[in-house]
Design a protein around this ligand. Structure first.
Ligand SMILES: NC(=O)c1ccc[n+]([C@@H]2O[C@H](COP(=O)([O-])OP(=O)(O)OC[C@H]3O[C@@H](n4cnc5c(N)ncnc54)[C@H](OP(=O)(O)O)[C@@H]3O)[C@@H](O)[C@H]2O)c1
Length: 277
C-alpha cells in the first residue's frame, strides 16, 4: 500500500528514476535475491516498506515475523550499505504502550507485541549496519489502491455500505496518515540529508471511533457508528492502547508538518470518487 503511493509520488518528480520491486522480484529473506536486485538497479536510495504487517498473525507466528521484519531488514541494510545506498526503513507507530499521549522519537519503547518487537529489531539492525539511513515511524496508514487490505478508509467503506450500523473502539488511539502525504514528506527528507529517526503522521490524533466516524461521514453513508470498548474486539496480539505520535523531529528540523487527518481523508475519498465516476 505505502509503496504504491511512494512509487507514484517519486516518479512524478523530475530527475528521479524509480524501480518498484515485489516479492517475486526480490525476496528480502533471501540475501542472494536482495544482492541480485540491488546489483541490477544500483539504487542511490532504497525505500524498504516490505514487511509482515498482520499484527495478530505475527503474534501467532513470531519466527516468521522476525524472519521478514528483522532478518529481511538486515539483508536490505547490509546490501544497501555495501553499495553506498541510503536506506529508508519504514517502522511502526505500535512500539509504545497504553499511556494516552503523543509519543516522541526519544520516548522509550514498550514492544508489547511480537510485531512491534520484530519491527524494532529491524530498526536496530539498520542503525547497526547503515551509515546513512532514515527510520520512519508512520501513523495508522490508509491509501494505495482501494483493494489493498491495509487501506483502512476503503475497507471501512466496504464494511459499512450495506449495514445500518457498525461498531468502533473508543479506547484505542492513533494518528491516521495518508500514504500519499507520507510519501511526499519522505521525499523531502531524502533531499535534506538530515538522517535519523522520524515520526511522520498527518496532524492531529483520533480514537478508532472518531476515525471511523469521519470516514463514514465523508463517504456520506447513513451507517451509524456505535462506540464500543476494545474488549468487544478481542485480539490475539496485546496491541497498545495508544499509537499516537508527535512529529517532534520534523518540527525541530523546521519541516512543514502534514495537514490534519480530516483533510487527508477528505482528499483521499474525493480522489477515489473522481476515479470511480
Ligand atoms: N498499514 C499500517 O497502518 C502501518 C502503520 C505503521 C507502519 N506500517 C509499516 O509500513 C510499511 C508498509 O505498510 P503497508 O501497509 O503498505 O504494507 P503492505 O501493503 O502489507 O505491504 C507490505 C509488502 O511487503 C511485501 N513482503 C512481505 N514479505 C516480503 C518478502 N519476504 N520479500 C519482499 N516483499 C515482502 C508484501 O508482499 P505480498 O503482498 O506478496 O505479501 C507486501 O507487498 C510496513 O513496513 C509496515 O510495517 C504500516
Amino acid at each position: 500500500m505505502l509503496s504504491t503511493d511512494f512509487i507514484k509520488t517519486a516518479a512524478a518528480e523530475s530527475g528521479i528514476e524509480v524501480s518498484g520491486m515485489n516479492r517475486d522480484q526480490m525476496d528480502i529473506c533471501d540475501a542472494a535475491s536482495v544482492r541480485k536486485a540491488f546489483h541490477e538497479i544500483k539504487p542511490d536510495w532504497v525505500l524498504h516498506a516490505a514487511a509482515l504487517t498482520d499484527v495478530d498473525y505475527c503474534e501467532e507466528n513470531p519466527e516468521k515475523a522476525f524472519r521478514v521484519n528483522a532478518e529481511g531488514t538486515r539483508n536490505v541494510a547490509i546490501q544497501g550499505e555495501s553499495m553506498g545506498a541510503v536506506i529508508v526503513y519504514i517502522s511502526t507507530c505500535g512500539l509504545f504502550g497504553d499511556e494516552i499521549k503523543a509519543y516522541v522519537e526519544t520516548d522509550p519503547v514498550e514492544l508489547k507485541t511480537k510485531y512491534a518487537q520484530s519491527k524494532y529489531a529491524g530498526e536496530k539492525t539498520v542503525i547497526d549496519k547503515c551509515s546513512k539511513y532514515y527510520i520512519i515511524r508512520p501513523g495508522w496508514l490508509f491509501g494505495g489502491l482501494p483493494h489493498h487490505q491495509n487501506n483502512f478508509v476503503y475497507q471501512r467503506y466496504l464494511e459499512a455500505r450495506n449495514k445500518s450500523s457498525i461498531n468502533s473502539v473508543v479506547n484505542r488511539y492513533g494518528s491516521p496518515t495518508y500514504t500519499k502525504h507520507l510519501s511526499g514528506k519522505i521525499l523531502q527528507l531524502l533531499k535534506s540529508n538530515y538522517f535519523g529517526l522520524y515520526h511522520i503522521t498527518n496532524s492531529g490524533h483520533a480514537s478508532s471511533y472518531e476515525y471511523v466516524r469521519k470516514i463514514i461521514e465523508t463517504w456520506k453513508l447513513p451507517t451509524e457508528v456505535i462506540p464500543v470498548d476494545s474488549n468487544m474486539f478481542p485480539r490475539k496480539a496485546p496491541v497498545p492502547d495508544c499509537e499516537m505520535l508527535k512529529n517532534q523531529r520534523l518540527q525541530q528540523k523546521e519541516f512543514e508538518l502534514l495537514p490534519h487527518w480530516h483533510e487527508a481523508i477528505e482528499e483521499y475519498i474525493s480522489e477515489v470518487r473522481k476515479k470511480q465516476a
